[in-house]
Ligand binder design. Structure first.
Ligand code: SRM
Ligand code: SF4
Length: 513
């Protein structure tokens, strides 16, 4: 196939060979060994299968799953734990900011076997990277929240099945101009950060009928960050409405989205180019029927919960218990233990949150005390200290080649120091992100820390730009950069001051002998 000279290099390689084509070559790749692979297959096309070559740890791959609505079963978790365990010290897993899991340390030669094991328990990693739709998020307490408006679980699964052809791969949506995020919120507290998704469904009443208002175009990138805007559309909360609308918007993005400049290829750039009215008209034409105008307000009227601790759930006699997983990092042992706890005390289900934590649902009243004595809860606390509690961090330099700084370990250490030195009366959400790509969402945080390089004493050192003003839940707003270029080694006093000045923190009394 000939390719136009105006296309960027990503468009060229996609036109030459679709990313999904490597699915049929995986057995051969595994037999050849990663060093023998074509560079574009290795570094890019494998991401269509959720397989990420990590230049920081060559030969040790990351596999990004898809976990619709962030829900998995004990059986699935055990399979994942077994995979991670196989790689000893190198094996680990991270809960992501899209309530998903990424497994690390994986050898390419094992992947056909690993994928067979995934398939046997209904897990897929297909189309989870590059120019594809990412894990679709929904409230982590869908179906168990007494105040829920719409249970999103089936909708999220149905949208994923449409996009991925039920996990087998769907060539109709494997060549989008860029990555794409979808969230479906059914609760009152905007647990999914609807405003930072390319498509977001938020609960809204049209007269007496409950359905969704639809937002479009939210995204973060190194050059530009935008909150989603109303499409002026309302749909009933049915698979028959939500799935075709997602298909229509994705088709418009695929067929009309800008592809020349990767920095200007996300959905919002197309909306800018066409104007909202014309964009909406194209969506309606694809949808094949008129779209109702948006309801005049949505039902997001709560502050965002963090789900940590014990909470009575919709079903009488049961609670869901939120465990704090420091910066979302698991080892195999913790994964096996979580699977066991969910089986022994719950209903065999494990849920993940976009704050990189875990929820065990359906804990019967009579099982609560015993669950609380389990050793894993020492490590994954239900009552973490205030700063640690709301900490979120992207992968950072340990595994990500875009990173300008190490994030996860530093985030944990600094949070521990702040908790030691300060009494903090309220939750302060600190988000770390290792570079301007903003995977750790610093713009939604109370205090967002974005990695950068800084000059200090004639040397280049790791530093951060500080973001503030991000609000979540109802009336969510993106924060902005308030301070630039703080060396990480000088960060603690700066954060202490911000905590005292803006969040009512007080230095703890120090005892002088
Ligand atoms: Fe991200 C690229 C990790 C959520 C914006 N992101 C990457 C890569 C794949 C880069 C790479 O190849 O190394 C990172 C993999 C590092 C690794 O080894 O883990 C990476 N992104 C992550 C995760 C794992 C961060 C985390 O620790 O939780 C999140 C995985 C989510 C998932 O399960 O799919 C993750 N990334 C996000 C989010 C947050 C969100 O979706 O709410 C964003 C901002 C929102 C958005 O996309 O609009 C985000 N990631 C990016 C971007 C900038 C996109 C852009 O339009 O420019 C890149 C770079 C790119 O795509 O070119 C990127
Ligand atoms: Fe990597 Fe940057 Fe994303 Fe962090 S924000 S995971 S450093 S690309």
């Amino acid at each position: 196939m000939s390719t136009s000279p105006s296309l960027n290099k990503f468009e060229k390689f996609k036109a030459e060979k679709d990313g999904l084509a490597v699915k049929d070559e995986l057995e051969d790749f595994a037999a050849m060994g990663w060093e023998a692979l074509d560079k574009t297959d290795l570094e890019h096309r494998l991401k269509w299968l959720g397989i990420f070559y990590r230049p920081v740890t060559p030969g040790k791959f990351m596999v990004r799953l898809r976990l619709p609505n962030g829900i998995l079963t004990t059986e699935q978790m055990r399979v994942l734990a077994t995979v991670v365990q196989r790689y000893g010290e190198d094996g680990s897993a991270d809960i992501t900011t899209r309530q998903n899991l990424q497994l690390r340390g994986i050898h390419l030669e094992d992947i056909p076997d690993i994928f067979a094991k995934f398939k046997a328990v209904g897990i897929t990693s297909i189309q989870s990277g590059m120019d594809n739709v990412r894990n679709i998020t929904g409230s982590p307490v869908a179906g168990i929240d007494g105040n829920e408006l719409i249970d999103t679980r089936e909708l999220v699964q149905a949208v994923q099945d449409m996009i991925t052809n039920a996990g087998e791969g769907n060539p109709a949506f494997t060549n989008l101009p860029r990555k794409f995020n979808i969230a479906i919120e059914g609760g009152r507290d905007n647990a999914v950060h609807a405003e930072i998704n390319d498509i977001a469904f938020v609960p809204a009443y049209q007269g007496d009928e409950l359905g969704f208002n639809v937002l479009v175009g939210g995204f973060f990138s190194a050059k530009r960050c935008e909150a989603a805007i109303p499409l002026n559309a309302w749909v009933p909360p049915t698979i028959e409405a939500v799935v075709p609308l997602c298909r229509a918007i994705l088709s418009v993005f695929r067929d009309h989205g800008p592809r020349a400049n990767r920095q200007k290829s996300r959905l919002m750039w197309l909306i800018d180019e066409l104007g909202l009215e014309q964009f909406r008209a194209l969506v309606v034409a694809e949808f094949g029927q008129p779209l109702a105008a948006a309801a005049d307000h949505d039902e997001i009227d709560w502050d965002k919960r963090d789900h940590i601790g014990i909470h009575p759930q919709l079903q009488p006699g049961y609670s869901f218990v939120g465990l704090h997983v420091p910066v979302g990092r698991f080892d195999a042992e913790a994964m096996f233990e979580l699977a066991r706890l969910a089986e022994v005390y719950g209903n065999g289900e494990i849920r993940l949150t976009v704050e990189q934590n875990v929820i065990l649902p359906f804990i019967a009243q009579e099982n609560l005390d015993a669950l609380l004595t389990e050793p894993l809860l020492q490590r994954f606390s239900i009552a973490p200290k205030p700063v640690a509690r709301s900490l979120v961090s992207c992968t950072g330099a340990q595994f990500c080649n875009f990173a300008l700084v190490e994030t996860k370990q530093r985030a944990v250490a600094i949070a521990a120091t702040l908790d030691e030195r300060l009494e903090t009366p309220q939750r302060v959400r600190i988000h770390w992100t290792g570079c301007p790509n903003s995977c750790g969402q610093p713009q939604v945080a109370d205090i967002g820390l974005m990695g950068t390089k800084v000059r200090k004493d004639g040397k280049t050192v790791e530093g951060v730009d500080i973001y503030m003003g991000g609000t979540v839940g109802k009336d969510a707003q993106l924060g902005t950069c308030v301070q630039k270029g703080i060396p990480c080694e000088d960060l603690i006093p700066v954060l202490e001051n911000l905590m005292v000045e803006h969040f009512g923190a007080k230095p703890r009394q120090t005892v002088t002998l």
